[in-house]
Design a protein around this ligand. Structure first.
Ligand SMILES: *Cc1c(COP(=O)(O)O)cnc(C)c1O
Length: 417
């Protein structure tokens, strides 16, 4: 089967032929690859071509594809049943490990995706504070819940406008949107709406519109403003959590949010999300409190096993190694003329433009250059995320062999720039 013939059939089943939009290659052009198996840093498509993977399923696979210990844990758990719909000890084991790594998570609730974690955290924040408005930053992605598919409105007001059809304006208008890298705008929103805000949510390391590394002063000031105005601070660490260090960005920056959301790595490749944090805030969640939130497959034992096997292997040595590799691979990327590669731990963002801190500052020329890079790298059997606004992910399985392969590919494509 060719990728093309599979994609033609997929188009008859799914909108755009895919189960999630960015997979469709619309941004970069060409036909998406259909993958049949993967191991370590490599995956193989249905045509038998092996690719060095720099997308890694968008983040969960910090140990690499099909890590033997994770597979073994999943197999052991699944032999005992796929789901109980009742409490099981594996939830406790994962919770214990999470508390070891992130001590400020006093209480938590497992869900099945990052979107669900964020949506639920916001409901809890609203329930706890009795307030309705929320604040988000333009350029941060928090999944596809209605309240967060919102961009800054025009004019003086900062009330959000929907970025998706199907999101009511009345819902979007409860979300205040401020730009990243703009302390003044932040101060102003708190001045105007501070007492109405249930929470502010931010990716402390914004990594969904490129890697938009912020000055620490922004997070510090946000923490102060939230405390001053009685709004909760939510860190969305669905990407940065368990990736930039055991305690995520919160630990890295020494800033503690009231609530945090996780996804991706926490499930080790299985669908798991989590929201948690202050015990008093989590106390509003049902059945302890009045905020309803539930899930048929929440705390799924097989998914818990994959998450635990993953987190157990994330030692300080693994993090030190990932950080070292991040710098190494970014440097290798920068052999391409004009390419800049900001990085944080094992997150990389190849962009043909320096020093970008806001998504709206990315130039269309830089994205056009990325699209060319994507195509040339694919020809070298290196798989980059199919959009210039997406970051690259390294894993523990990206070793010296992989780096050598990557450098050879980089040198081959560099001539085209
Ligand atoms: C991926 C992501 C989400 C959404 O998680 P899903 O599991 O795709 O629903 C939310 N927030 C951030 C920061 C993410 O990177």
């Amino acid at each position: 089967m060719t990728n093309e013939s599979l994609f033609q059939e997929a188009l008859t089943h799914f909108p755009g032929g895919v189960s999630s939009p960015v997979r469709a290659f619309r941004a970069v052009g060409g036909t998406p690859k259909f993958f049949r198996k993967a191991e370590g840093a490599w995956f193989e498509d249905e045509e038998g071509v092996r690719f060095l993977d720099l997308c890694m399923s968008w983040g969960p696979l910090i140990l690499g594809h099909a890590h033997p210990d994770v597979l073994a844990a999943v197999q052991e758990a699944m032999r005992e049943g796929l789901t109980f719909g009742a409490p099981s000890r594996r939830e406790l084991a994962l919770a214990r490990r999470i508390k070891e790594m992130v001590p400020f998570v006093e209480k938590m609730r497992f869900v099945s995706s990052g979107t669900e974690a964020v949506m639920s955290a916001i409901r809890a924040a609203r329930g706890f504070t009795g307030r309705t408005h929320i604040l988000k930053f333009e350029g941060c992605y928090h999944g596809h819940a209605d309240a967060l598919l919102v961009k800054a409105g025009s004019g003086l007001a900062t009330f959000g406008e929907p970025t998706s059809a199907g999101v009511p304006e009345s819902v979007a208008s409860l979300t205040q949107v401020v730009p990243l890298d703009d302390l003044e705008a932040l101060e102003k929103v708190f001045l105007m709406y501070g007492e109405e805000l249930a929470c502010a949510i931010i990716e402390p390391i914004p990594a969904n519109n490129g890697l938009l590394l912020q000055d620490l002063s922004l997070l510090k000031r946000l923490r102060e403003l939230c405390a001053k105005h009685g709004a909760l601070l939510i860190f969305d660490e669905v990407i940065s959590g368990f990736r930039v260090g055991p305690g995520g960005a919160a630990e890295l920056y020494g800033i503690t949010p009231d609530l945090v959301t996780y996804g991706k790595i926490i499930g080790g490749g299985m669908p798991v999300g989590l929201y948690g944090g202050r015990a008093d805030v989590m106390g509003v969640v049902s059945p302890d409190g009045p905020v309803y939130q539930a899930g048929t497959l929440s705390g799924n034992p097989v998914a818990m096993a994959a998450g635990l096997a993953t987190l157990e292997r994330l030692t300080p040595a693994v993090y030190a190694d990932l950080k070292h590799k991040g710098a190494q691979w970014a440097k290798a990327f920068e052999r391409i003329p004009g390419l800049h590669c900001p990085h944080a731990g094992s997150l990389l963002w190849p962009l043909f433009q320096p020093g970008v801190k806001r998504a709206d500052r990315v130039e269309s020329g830089a994205i056009a250059q990325f699209n060319k890079l994507h195509k040339l790298m694919l020809e070298q059997s290196v798989y980059l995320a199919p959009s210039g606004y997406e970051v690259g992910f390294l894993s523990a399985a990206h070793g010296d062999t992989e780096l050598a392969k990557f450098e050879a590919a980089v040198d081959a494509v560099a001539k085209g720039f």
